[in-house]
Write a protein that binds this ligand. Structure first.
Ligand code: NI
Length: 226
């Protein structure tokens, strides 16, 4: 399931973040790539643990933990701290699948990459190219979102970033280990949760709502891993 989460940050917040990123010291993006994907990856990245990456990452996680769409779709267990990247001057990242397990620098905990996410910091009109292309069951999806918007997609999908031929594309990406490993099961729970939320608004006193909500939790209990 591919999900667009709009408006995590306001336009003025995005502008401040971009200004800070424009002045940062960038490193070669190959630093966090696996052996094979290093060959496909041509971009810039803030080193893991960079103070600015930590600051922006913390702000992102604070927003995400309050975002009902993210919570309902990702059912997050733990997150790999967000990384910041920049594509410019023809930079691109050819088709690859992300490593299955990630260990944050200086941490003993590992994160299984059930879900990948990209939060766009640059406005689409400020650069040419730079679309995130994701292959899913319905074909290839091309994603290029307004600044402050995020896309969430299964970590199992083949994806790439097209070359940026004008301007610069600033973004953040991170991985989430979900309480529910399987994408199909998460998709079903997300659909059911959405329907329950809608019914709670439209017919709040209907007695079947309690049974439906109970069924949601009983399904979750079958599939959850903690
Ligand atoms: Ni990737």
């Amino acid at each position: 399931m591919l999900l667009h989460i709009p408006g995590l940050f306001a336009k003025d917040e995005m502008q401040r973040i971009r200004q800070a990123l424009e002045q940062a010291d960038w490193a070669d993006g190959k630093i966090t790539a696996g052996f094979q994907s290093a060959k496909a990856k041509h971009n810039l990245q803030l080193p893991e643990g960079h103070p600015l990456a930590k600051e922006i990452g913390a702000a992102m996680l604070e927003r995400l933990w309050k975002n009902p769409l993210f919570m309902s779709a990702a059912l997050p267990h733990k997150v790999f701290p967000p990384l910041m990247n920049c594509y410019t001057a023809g930079g691109s990242f050819d088709f690859h699948i992300d490593n299955a397990v990630r260990q944050p620098k200086g941490s003993i905990e590992r994160v299984r990459t059930d879900l990948s996410a990209t939060l766009f910091f640059s406005e689409p009109e400020d650069y040419d190219g730079g679309e995130l292309e994701i292959q899913d069951t319905y074909g290839t999806q091309r994603v290029k979102l307004p600044a402050g918007d995020m896309v969430l997609y299964p970590g199992t999908s083949l994806h790439k970033v097209n070359a940026v031929t004008r301007g610069a594309r600033y973004a953040s990406f991170f991985w989430t280990q979900s309480l529910v490993r399987e994408d199909s099961q998460r998709a079903l729970l997300f659909e059911m949760d959405g329907a329950i939320q809608q019914l709670t608004q439209d017919v709040p006193d209907h007695p079947s709502l309690i049974r439906l909500t109970g069924t949601y939790h009983n399904l979750l209990r079958r599939w959850v891993e903690v």
